[in-house]
Write a protein that binds this ligand. Structure first.
Ligand code: THU
Length: 134
């Protein structure tokens, strides 16, 4: 696995630390995410589960929603950290949310086995888009 840049490593550390706050009593699968905006700001997210399982929100989306709530828009890179034995990739729903707010982002997936950097363009090559002015 290729070495991470220092910016990537910093983001992985933030995702790993955020994971401590994951609320995952049902699956026990704790996920942390951290994103960096083009303006250099960091936003973290964790998965927040619910007794009504469908109300669960993934860590990646919590990070994006937190960024939007703070008035920011452009994601440069996002890191996702789990303790899964193999690297865990963002789910389809998170890819769809990320394509809207982070179409050019690098995606770093990380865990105890190491880390890998890919891009959102590779993870969701032919997305649904609905053109409106934002
Ligand atoms: N989960 C995430 O936080 N991100 C993903 O990309 C995939 C899944 C969470 C949702 C749920 O709380 C747990 O992992 C098991 O699916």
């Amino acid at each position: 696995m290729a070495e991470l840049t220092s910016a990537e490593s910093r983001l992985v550390a933030a995702a790993r630390s955020a994971r401590e706050h994951a609320y995952a009593p049902y699956s026990a699968f704790r996920v942390g995410a951290a994103l960096e905006t083009e303006s250099g700001k960091l936003f973290a997210g964790v998965n927040v589960e619910n007794a009504s399982y469908g109300a669960t929100v993934c860590a990646e989306r919590v990070a994006v929603f937190s960024m939007v709530a703070a008035g920011e828009r452009n994601v440069k890179r996002i890191a996702v950290y789990t303790e899964a034995p193999e690297l865990s990739m963002p789910c389809g729903m998170c890819r769809q949310v990320l394509i809207e707010h982070a179409p050019g982002a690098d995606v770093i997936v990380a865990g105890p086995s190491g880390a890998r950097t890919t891009t959102l363009a590779l993870l969701l090559p032919e997305p649904f888009v609905f053109e409106v002015s934002r």
